[in-house]
Design a protein around this ligand. Structure first.
Ligand SMILES: [Zn+2]
Length: 489
């Protein structure tokens, strides 16, 4: 039940285009996944939550989506210019572990964070190390097609040769001449013919742990190659959507496109989608500035910049309040506002089943649905969709208060729409208060202390307890059967 066509901003064309799958109703979507050498960070979480909403919405629209999100477990060097150690290998060396122990540990951590954020698992989650053969085959084809050369056991992609026939900078929209002039000559890179050339296959130094035999000797694949090999394997040489964080545009995705064209004579994806960065109190989130926190630190509040912890659904809701192509700024004020907003939304959702129906509706449910779909069809505009959801919240509260009325048919439509949008498309979920029984026990103890204070006419203490509990988000109600509480945020 959609009223307008889905439009998506395409980084490649720099335009918002009507989405037309190559083989409807099937949609192929590839998203560059994490390099599993450290804990999942929030920037990644934002990217994958954004693509989760796209995956959910495309599925909701009736498309049969094959969503491929890889795990990079080999080949990602410390620098994009084929410099430094392999990130997984280095961590393994520093911690004196097998590289696969590092990979296992951080893949598990990543999956756990994704589960807490209620993201759906992708259809296929391939790893680089399980596709070494495909990467070697692709390198052979690119060599045979004349766009790569072997040098001292490594194979490099010949960017200048490629750029004579095709656009190397189509995605980044950068000027090739400027790029060439701005790229510094790198030490130890004399194996490369051109400054922009990048590695398809890298000869393993004697101390390098992760190595595989190849026609060019023992080595390991370059980072960009895995995504080209795995996307063509699972989605075909041409597919619908390729996504990732916008930091991947100038090198990783630019090189992926070049590899695919050089191998298959086809540009891989029709639509390229990129998510924007995170900031903290207006500053770019970065380890060196000390303002980057991990998802678990955000949930526990265990970080110097955080006043308190925020639940995964509060954080997900907060992230959806910004469009995926805008930067998203973390601050305690904004997170606390999101926490209240999310609670209001969930309270309204609980009211829907018990709303009294009338013969007449004074609310316009059809208009509400139309507005929500229009927002989602406008390049997955979740902040606008949320704004419409809050109109629905006001509507629900007014009907509940008897200020507005709704017919049985409209109530059914409203219930369906809200459930599909809130839980299905936006992927929010009800959060049960943790350890409710334990909180009940604790609250009973506090109530007993408050009753004792009252009995001693110590109203200062009893009021203090009530006010402090309110500040902590517990609303106390005194009834004839004793006190009770509700959690207000
Ligand atoms: Zn990739």
């Amino acid at each position: 039940m959609t009223h307008t066509a889905l439009k998506i901003y395409n980084t490649l064309s720099r335009q918002t285009e009507t989405f037309k799958p190559i083989h409807a109703p099937f949609v192929g979507m590839y998203v560059c996944g994490p390099t599993v050498y450290s804990n999942a960070h929030l920037g990644n979480a934002r990217t994958f939550i954004s693509f989760d909403v796209m995956f959910r919405y495309l599925t909701h629209l009736g498309y049969k989506v094959r969503y491929v999100r890889n795990i990079t477990d080999a080949g990602h060097l410390e620098s994009d210019a084929d410099e430094g150690e392999d990130k997984v290998s280095k961590k393994a060396r520093l911690e004196q572990l097998e590289p696969m122990e590092i990979v296992q540990r951080y893949t598990y951590d990543f999956h756990e964070v994704m589960r807490l954020f209620n993201t759906l698992p992708p259809s296929i989650e391939p790893t680089a190390t399980a596709h070494i053969i495909e990467q070697i085959e692709m390198t052979k084809k690119i060599l045979a097609n004349g766009y790569a050369y072997e040098s001292n056991g490594s194979v490099y992609f010949d960017v200048e040769k490629f750029a004579k026939e095709f656009s190397y900078t189509a995605l980044s929209n950068r000027n090739l001449e400027e790029l060439l002039n701005n790229t510094r000559e790198l030490d130890g890179q004399e194996e490369k013919k051109g400054r922009l050339d990048f590695a398809l296959w890298i000869k393993a130094k004697p101390e390098h742990i992760m190595r595989w035999p190849s026609p060019w000797g023992e080595g390991f694949p370059g980072w960009h190659l895995e995504c080209s090999a795995m996307s063509s394997k699972y989605l075909g040489e041409e597919f619908d959507i390729h996504g990732g964080g916008m930091d991947l545009v100038p090198t990783h995705h630019t090189n992926e496109i070049a590899q695919n064209i050089a191998c298959h004579h086809k540009s891989p994806a029709r639509v390229w989608i990129h998510t924007n960065m995170l900031t903290v109190n207006g500053q770019k989130m970065s380890k060196s500035l000390g303002n980057s926190f991990l998802p678990n630190e955000l949930f526990s509040g265990n970080h110097k910049l955080l006043d308190k912890g925020y639940s995964p659904m509060t954080v997900r809701f907060f992230m959806l309040q910004a469009h995926y192509r805008s930067t998203l700024d973390f601050s305690n004020e904004a997170l606390q506002a999101a926490e209240k907003g999310f609670a209001r939304l969930m309270n309204a959702m609980k009211l829907i089943p018990d709303l009294k129906v009338s013969k007449q509706s004074t609310v316009n449910c059809a208009e509400l649905g139309k507005n929500m779909y229009e927002a989602m069809n406008d390049d997955f505009n979740t902040p606008i969709a949320l704004a419409h959801l809050f109109e629905a919240v006001r509507m629900i509260n007014s009907i509940n208060d008897g200020k507005e009325s709704i017919t049985a048919a409209d109530k059914e439509e409203l219930s369906k729409l809200m459930n599909e949008m809130v839980f299905g498309v936006l992927g929010l979920a009800e959060e049960k208060a943790v350890n409710n029984d334990k909180i009940d026990g604790l609250m009973q103890l506090i109530f007993d202390m408050r009753s004792a204070a009252k009995a001693n006419k110590d109203f200062k203490t009893s009021d203090h307890i009530r006010d402090e509990l309110k500040r902590a988000g517990f609303e106390i109600k005194d009834g004839k059967d004793g006190a009770s509480y509700t959690i207000t945020n």
